[in-house]
Design a protein around this ligand. Structure first.
Ligand SMILES: Cc1cc2nc3c(=O)[nH]c(=O)nc-3n(C[C@H](O)[C@H](O)[C@H](O)COP(=O)(O)OP(=O)(O)OC[C@H]3O[C@@H](n4cnc5c(N)ncnc54)[C@H](O)[C@@H]3O)c2cc1C
Length: 398
């Protein structure tokens, strides 16, 4: 089999890249996915939010690609008839120390061009979310919810309807040079290509090394665990209710999220996963643990933030602690109202100094492009990330 571009990873970013590459460069692309279906990892275990772009530093890739990507995603959902709902988000300040952060979010929202963002006083909160409580809030009407696996399947159908292919059960195990191109070894045979695009999510640093590149970061897997609100208590939440994030850890802080199927999810927390695709505490991989432990950045990160880490583990093990934190946002929630549901594992790139890479991180090596950090809002931004990769690929193929 021979293609212009081989894309490793059939998550939402790999599929969006295949789609935009074909559209913008005319290249024949193949998506090589290890699992037996697309969207099995981060894409299939996320919160289903189409983010508006509120949180991100103006001018960052996250800010630009989230805002553009959301617009493109709405268009695709309309064309494909994929259910989505503009239910809006409320970011709630519950303590005085949240207020300067809330003001900064409002400033970022304006700088990122969001429409309709409104600051609410404590007594106005109930007008948007009758059961939420706080000392102030930001209402972001543009935020929506969607079914991302359905979006990923739509991308895959479009890729196959064009000149591309999506090969599942095709784990990539090796990459070697062959004249001016590459030969990619997969569980379904060898694939020749001129360029490789690495969208392997939780395995992206390893795939980069298979290509002979030193990524300079390691993927450290953080699991986020969710609870579901009992059906008879779903009326406590109309849309999305979030705490004000800690800028050092934008992904921390449990929130309440309505989903397109009408259920309401609470979570996620963030604990170190003992396996890259480790969705439960009992999923352990000696190889993955050794890789995490061998990276100096892991220990530097742990030394700085061990207190937060210990708290997250406590909250993972104790429903009472979890519910206590949810009640900060919606005081009427009781332990009997929630039950454990699924989890997702974030592919977080950590540098050697122990820094959590915040922005999307996409780099080139010889004959390859690597997406080494595509955390939230990566699903929202997927089409725009794909367009960026298509532009880099066009340059590389020239
Ligand atoms: C808990 C959680 C909540 C989130 N919530 C949101 C949200 O509400 N909104 C939002 O916009 N974003 C959200 N995100 C982020 C979003 O899910 C990700 O940005 C996005 O899914 C990344 O897509 P991906 O294609 O890079 O990764 P993935 O979906 O993980 O896909 C990578 C693929 O590569 C495959 N692969 C790995 N190694 C190989 C190999 N050797 N050979 C072949 N294939 C391989 C894997 O099987 C996998 O299918 C959330 C993430 C998490 C974890």
């Amino acid at each position: 089999m021979s293609y212009d571009v081989a894309i490793v990873g059939g998550g939402i970013v790999g599929l969006a890249s295949a789609l935009t590459l074909a559209r913008e460069t005319g290249a024949r692309a193949v998506v090589l996915e290890a699992e037996n279906d697309v969207a099995r990892h981060q894409t299939g275990h996320n919160s289903g939010v189409i983010h508006s772009g509120l949180y991100y530093k103006p001018g960052s890739l996250k800010a630009t690609l989230c805002v553009q990507g959301a617009r493109a995603l709405y268009r695709l959902c309309e064309e494909e008839g994929i259910a989505h709902q503009r239910c809006g988000k409320l970011v709630v300040a519950t303590a005085a120390e949240d207020l300067p952060r809330l003001a900064e979010l409002e400033r970022r929202g304006q700088a990122n061009g969001l429409a309709g963002v409104r600051r609410l006083a404590a007594e106005e909160i109930a007008g948007v979310e009758p059961h939420a409580a706080g000392i102030a809030a930001l209402h972001v009407p543009e935020t929506s919810i969607v079914d991302y696996p359905a979006v990923a399947r739509a991308y895959a159908r479009r890729v196959e309807a064009g000149s591309g292919r999506v090969l599942t059960g095709a784990r990539v195990t090796g990459v070697r040079r062959d004249g001016p191109g590459l030969v990619v070894e997969t569980a379904r045979g060898a694939v020749a290509c001129a360029l490789l695009v690495n969208c392997a999510g939780l395995q992206s640093d390893r795939v980069a090394r298979l290509c002979g590149a030193e990524p300079g970061v390691r993927i450290v897997p953080f699991r986020g665990e969710y609870y579901d609100l009992a059906p008879e208590r779903r009326s406590l939440v109309r849309g999305l209710i979030y705490p004000v994030p800690d800028p050092r850890f934008p992904f921390l802080g449990v929130h309440l999220t309505r989903r397109v199927d009408g259920s309401v999810e609470a979570g996620p927390n963030a604990v170190l996963a003992l396996k890259r695709e480790g969705y439960r505490w009992r999923d352990v991989s000696a190889r993955d643990l050794a890789a995490t432990a061998a990276w100096p950045g892991t220990w530097r990160l742990a030394a700085r933030f061990w207190r937060i880490g210990v708290y997250e583990v406590r909250r993972s093990l104790s429903k009472a602690v979890f519910v206590h934190d949810l009640r900060e946002l919606v005081p009427e929630i009781r332990p009997a109202d929630v039950h454990r549901s699924g989890s997702g594992v974030r592919a977080q790139a950590v540098d050697a100094q122990g820094g959590l890479v915040d922005d999307f991180h996409i780099v080139r090596s010889e004959r390859a492009i690597h997406v080494l950090n595509a955390p939230s809002p990566g699903a929202t931004a997927s089409i725009s990330i794909g367009e960026r990769i298509a532009a880099m690929a066009a340059e590389a193929l020239d």
